[in-house]
Design a protein around this ligand. Structure first.
Ligand SMILES: [Zn+2]
Ligand SMILES: [Zn+2]
Length: 148
């Protein structure tokens, strides 16, 4: 078997932003939905819960693009549980976000290896626009910057 996971992972938009073309939960389930397009590209499918009800949300796969498709909106900055729609397990917690108290980045992996060095972090606070693509080292240096 040939391991192709590290090849052709991402494509670039016309203005040079990264588009995620492979996305997995920590159990290796494919989160890319080719049928639902957001901002012209296949979306990343997530299951969200506010503790009362659950809904499927399709977020843009373009770096820095906050577009998404959903049925029900939440109050601004509601802290949500972000889950894989297949295994319904909460995604891995990477680091706190500084938008509101208790918010955190969760990991969308770019391959099935469950390695923070190739993941996208998204904040679990509704309408928080912060996200990053990153390596664990960048996350650590970011946290170190804040404390100094
Ligand atoms: Zn899963
Ligand atoms: Zn946030």
């Amino acid at each position: 078997m040939v391991d192709n996971f590290d090849q052709d992972q991402n494509v670039l938009t016309e203005d040079g932003r990264v588009v995620v073309t492979q996305a997995y939960c920590h159990n290796g389930h494919d989160l890319i939905n080719n049928d639902v397009k957001v901002s012209g590209y296949p979306s990343i499918n997530l299951l969200l819960s506010d503790g009362k009800s659950e809904q499927l949300v399709y977020i843009s796969a373009i770096q820095g693009d906050n577009s998404k498709k959903f049925d029900t909106t939440y109050p601004e900055h509601t802290l949500l549980t972000v889950m894989c729609p297949v295994c319904k397990e909460e995604l891995d917690n990477i680091a706190p976000c500084d938008c509101v108290k208790g918010s955190k980045f969760v990991a969308i992996y770019l391959n099935k290896k469950r390695n923070f060095s190739s993941c996208v972090g998204i904040c679990n606070s509704w309408n928080c626009s912060r996200s990053f693509m990153g390596s664990a080292w960048r996350i650590i240096s970011r946290l170190a910057d804040k404390n100094s």
